[in-house]
Ligand binder design. Structure first.
Ligand code: COA
Length: 162
């Protein structure tokens, strides 16, 4: 895997592709996860998601994973559990591309609604979701661990079918 630095995803050089993830992708996923979150998922949590009722999509540049999304399907509802882009590749469209892809796939699979939680302080992700049509439907108090105590989650949904 090439070493990533600030020049790794230089503007105009992006050549992004999306593919399903497999357990062999776990080391690259964990590397991104550890750099992406103050309270990252463990390898065990990721492993538990490789089941038929989940979808794991990776966004790649060349042969390297630069981000992923983890989604669970329950009846007609999709729960977006994790969406993360490598810090060196953010702000260049990879997150939006991946989100749009997973929404299109969910619609193709006849799912009706997407639900997600996002930290109140996560303005970048909240803006991304709003721009893609998600609406806030409530809050979950003290949902996330935080540096000091707990942080509320914004709950957002998107209807997929007309
Ligand atoms: C949230 C995240 C997935 C976005 O991925 P990204 O590749 O950086 O986002 P994109 O470049 O595709 O930008 C998509 C939208 O996000 C918003 N955005 C991206 N970077 C932003 C910034 N620095 N400031 C404000 N908004 C920003 C914009 O709405 C942007 O759309 P626009 O370019 O049309 O204005 C990424 O920042 C990330 O991995 N964050 C850490 C993990 C995380 O918080 N995940 C969400 C958990 S709910």
């Amino acid at each position: 895997m090439p070493k990533r630095d600030d020049s790794y995803c230089a503007a105009g050089e992006l050549d992004l592709t999306i593919r399903p993830l497999e357990p062999r992708d776990l080391p690259e996923m964990l590397n991104i996860e550890l750099q992406g979150y103050s309270h990252p998922w463990s390898e065990g949590i990721f492993r538990d998601c490789f089941k038929p009722s989940y979808r794991l999509w990776g966004v790649c540049q060349g042969g390297s994973l630069v981000g992923y999304a983890v989604i669970s399907y329950v009846l007609d509802e999709v729960h977006l559990l994790n969406l993360c882009i490598h810090p060196g590749c953010r702000g260049q469209g990879a997150g939006k591309l991946l989100l749009r892809y997973l929404l299109a796939e969910a619609a193709r699979e006849c799912m009706n609604q997407v639900i997600l939680e996002v930290r109140l302080s996560n303005n970048v992700a909240s803006k991304l979701y709003r721009n893609e049509g998600f609406e806030e439907i409530g809050r979950r108090p003290r949902y996330y661990p935080a540096a000091s105590g707990r942080e509320d989650a914004r709950v957002m949904t998107l209807l997929l079918q007309p």
